[in-house]
Ligand binder design. Structure first.
Ligand SMILES: CC(C)(COP(=O)(O)OP(=O)(O)OC[C@H]1O[C@@H](n2cnc3c(N)ncnc32)[C@H](O)[C@@H]1OP(=O)(O)O)[C@@H](O)C(=O)NCCC(=O)NCCS
Length: 316
């Protein structure tokens, strides 16, 4: 292997980066790494353009590191400027030679220079160990809340992992009519601005979100197929009567079950439980880790400090 050099990502790298992601992570239904997806995630994100570095060796691009910008609000309403350590890949022929570490350390330095306060992410098992070695700390497990439908679990499986036949009867979420008056944060919480909601739920080229509106509540949902069963993902809910919206979605759904997650103690979690969506004990969907870059006013290593929904965490 020739020497490895690291530099800023340029827009002209996009094609090579998509090929690299494909080589390192493979492709699958619902995971189309298209130019539109890449731009949605890393260029048009309302929190700002991602901090990205690439590594090259032997005249080819062999590594990518993307830190996606994200803001969180504290209970006091202060903005914590974050990045999320998301897409990272080293070409299979170049792995275990320190490229991921080199790229991540370079990106950390750039994040510090850009005034970023904290990095957080939910790594997969392949990268998790590397982050902990580089000073990330475990915040805690993100669980799963589920509402099975009577008979739904016994329904015939559908072909393929994903389907364009939505199990939910509902209108596609219109981008323009989705302003909400969000509640105050209970802990570190994504500000649900109009720009964020439009980008997050209407703009995502890889997923179609629906909304179900009930008196005093709105549920934002995504149809999915997992292990051959149609599932309805509750990405977010809003309003004082959010449980009504979840119940309405459940009634209109043809999915085998509903699945979601909200931080402990949040009104959304109570609404979900009220609507029959219960936490499954000891089941972990994701592991949340964080790396503060400055002295933080709150203890980010405690899961109690975070106020999250499934929609905050799953990015696709
Ligand atoms: C995860 C990945 C980016 C690591 O890249 P890499 O350049 O091989 O990683 P490095 O050589 O810099 O390793 C840094 C540390 O990460 C950890 N690590 C890396 N690969 C690992 C593996 N396969 N198993 C366990 N730990 C691993 C180790 O702690 C390693 O330190 P060490 O070599 O001193 O033990 C690479 O395996 C990859 O592209 N995987 C497929 C894509 C992916 O899963 N990306 C993450 C989610 S987007």
């Amino acid at each position: 292997m020739g020497s490895v050099s690291v530099r800023d990502y340029h827009d002209s790298d996009r094609g090579a980066v998509l090929e690299l992601l494909e080589a390192a992570l493979g492709s699958g239904p619902g995971r189309q790494r298209t130019p539109e997806w890449f731009d949605w995630k890393h260029t048009t994100n309302p929190f700002g353009r991602s901090i990205m570095f690439v590594a090259s060796a032997d005249d080819r691009l062999v590594g990518l590191r993307a830190f996606m910008r994200w803001n969180l609000l504290t209970r006091d309403g202060n903005v914590v400027r974050c990045v999320r350590a998301v897409d990272t890949a080293t070409h299979p022929e170049y792995q275990r030679r320190g490229i991921f570490r080199m790229l991540t350390e370079t990106a950390l330095e750039a994040a510090r220079d850009a005034g970023i306060d904290m990095v957080f992410n939910t790594p997969n098992p392949r990268s998790g160990a590397g982050y902990l070695k580089m000073g990330w700390q475990v915040v805690g497990p993100i669980g799963v809340m589920v509402s099975p439908r009577l008979g739904g679990l016994f329904r015939k499986r559908v072909a393929g992992e994903n389907t364009h036949q939505p199990p939910l009867v509902g209108d596609a979420l219109p981008a323009t009519s989705f302003a909400i008056d969000d509640r105050p944060p209970r802990g570190l919480r994504t500000p649900r601005t109009e720009a964020y909601l439009e980008w997050r739920f209407a703009g995502n080229p890889n997923a179609t979100y629906h909304k179900v509106v009930a008196d005093g509540g709105v549920a934002v949902l995504r149809s999915n197929v997992r292990n051959g069963r149609p599932e309805l993902v509750i990405s977010d809910v809003f309003g004082s009567e959010a449980s009504r919206a979840i119940r309405a979605a459940r009634q209109r759904s043809r999915a085998s079950y509903m699945v979601g997650w909200f931080s402990k103690g949040s009104p959304e979690r109570s609404a979900a439980v009220h609507a029959g969506v219960f936490p499954i004990p000891r089941v972990k969907a994701l592991s949340l880790i964080a790396r503060p870059l400055v002295d933080m006013p709150v203890d980010v290593r405690s899961l109690q400090t975070w106020d999250l929904s499934m929609g905050d965490l799953e990015l696709l």
